[in-house]
Design a protein around this ligand. Structure first.
Ligand code: NAG
Ligand code: NAG
Ligand code: NAG
Length: 396
């Protein structure tokens, strides 16, 4: 072979190798996009080619925002503002009016969902009340029980404090209970409860209250504000329970369960009542209505309403994942979406009952013996259950 030919081949080979390297570098730098699981979000992540313009007009808003947020992390990609034409407001004070231009049927959204969309770009809310000068968990708390409550639910919080939410030692594990609140101002047609709130705050020192409107569709916000707060607090905490203020939680059973897990510190742990293969409800009168113009596809596995238990590392990772994912109006689903992004699968635990027991079962205290959590209990039921289960005469 002539020397000239060899030079040409070597040169071609070099160009080929250079191309492969360039392609690899570019693909790697797009990692957040390729993290999308193909099954559920195929129509965004799956067939999107590099540098190829894509018709984004038909994409539901949530998926569009997810793409937008993924591309914000990838400065080498296109100018996302120009590409998506989303007109996201730069500050929390402004509303996301660009959404109503993207969503042809925005005016048919229920008003709460409209309010959610208009403020979903904002996560930056001040913590107005924190527990006792940031002395939360100063006693080396190992299990943190965080309860989503609402300002007006004084009776529920007090029932929890008097029963399962007692702070202190449970089976030699230090447990602390905190309540998570948003604002319910008189402007939202709520009575002015400020004086009561201040009394409760001084007396119990177990409240966290942020400056956002405490509504059902703002619960995802509440969850991530709490997880963000936790990053900088309570370093001794190994496990976190996060749940609602109408549950009956058997903290002793929870502690026994965490104690039975062999690896310490526990990593990648997230458990509750797992719901599989759920999809958005398209009935506009339903509480969980999510329009097709907002989200399409099924939901990843998520845990039901009452509450879940996770290890510290997962709480931190969930917060970090949420920074790259647009908020979702249903908080349990949102946590499922964050878990999926992290490649984690929630584990089902039969002790978490997020649906009601049969009526006759409610009276049989022994039926509660194997449970960790039951949902939808009134304060009186919580106190009755607690007394019953702690009655020395109870034999099961
Ligand atoms: C991206 O596009 C927007 C809208 O066209 C423009 O205002 C902005 O300056 C561009 N940013 C960059 C970095 O080119
Ligand atoms: C409880 O914890 C303390 C300190 O961690 C330890 O010294 C003690 O042995 C524990 N008691 C039981 C019954 O496990
Ligand atoms: C959530 O809270 C923000 C801040 O207070 C408010 O602007 C928004 O309307 C609330 N969203 C819903 C769905 O209530």
């Amino acid at each position: 072979m002539k020397l000239g030919y060899i030079k040409v081949y070597v040169w071609l080979a070099c160009v080929l190798v250079a191309n492969v390297i360039l392609y690899t570098v570019v693909m790697l730098s797009r990692r957040p996009l390729s993290l999308q699981t193909p099954r559920r979000t195929m129509f965004i992540g799956g067939h999107m080619k590099l540098w190829q313009p894509m018709d984004l007009h038909g994409l539901p808003l949530w998926h569009l925002l997810k793409l937008y947020m993924a591309q914000l992390d990838n400065p080498i990609l296109r100018n996302v503002t120009a590409q998506f034409n989303l007109m996201l407001p730069g500050t929390c004070g402004e509303s996301f009016h660009g959404a109503s231009q993207k969503l042809a049927d925005f005016s048919s959204y229920p008003s709460h969902l409209q309010a959610f969309v208009l403020s979903m770009h904002c996560r930056d809310y001040t913590l107005l009340i924190g527990p006792a000068d940031d002395k939360a968990c100063s006693d080396g708390t190992q299990l943190l029980v965080a309860v989503r409550s609402q300002l007006a639910n004084f009776d529920r919080r007090q029932a929890i404090r008097q029963t399962w939410g007692q702070t202190g030692l449970v089976r030699n594990v230090t447990v602390q209970t905190l309540f998570l609140l948003g604002r319910q101002g008189s402007g939202d047609r709520y009575p002015d409860l400020e004086a009561l709130l201040q009394l409760e705050r001084r007396k119990n020192k177990d409240l966290l209250l942020w400056d956002f409107q405490d509504t059902f569709y703002n619960l995802s916000l509440k969850d991530i504000l709490f997880l963000g707060w936790l990053k900088g607090h309570c370093p001794s905490v190994e496990f976190i329970f996060l749940g609602d203020d109408d549950v009956f939680l058997r903290v002793d059973a929870l502690v026994a369960y965490t104690g039975s897990l062999n690896a310490t510190p526990q990593r990648g742990f997230f458990t509750g009542h797992v719901i599989q293969d759920a999809a958005p409800v398209h009935d506009s009168k339903h509480k969980y209505y999510v329009p097709e113009s907002f989200y399409q596809g099924t939901y990843p596995p998520y845990v039901g309403g009452g509450g879940f238990l996770c290890s510290r590392d997962v709480a931190t990772q969930l917060y970090e994942a949420s920074c790259h994912l647009p908020l979702f109006p249903i908080n349990n689903v949102y946590l499922g979406i964050c878990l999926e992004e992290l490649g984690l699968v929630p584990q089902n635990h039969p002790g978490f009952w997020t649906f009601n027991m049969e009526d006759e079962g409610q009276e049989d205290l022994c039926a509660y013996k194997d449970l960790i959590l039951v949902e939808h209990r009134k304060p009186q039921d919580i106190i009755r259950l607690w007394r019953g289960l702690h009655d020395p005469a109870l034999t099961c």
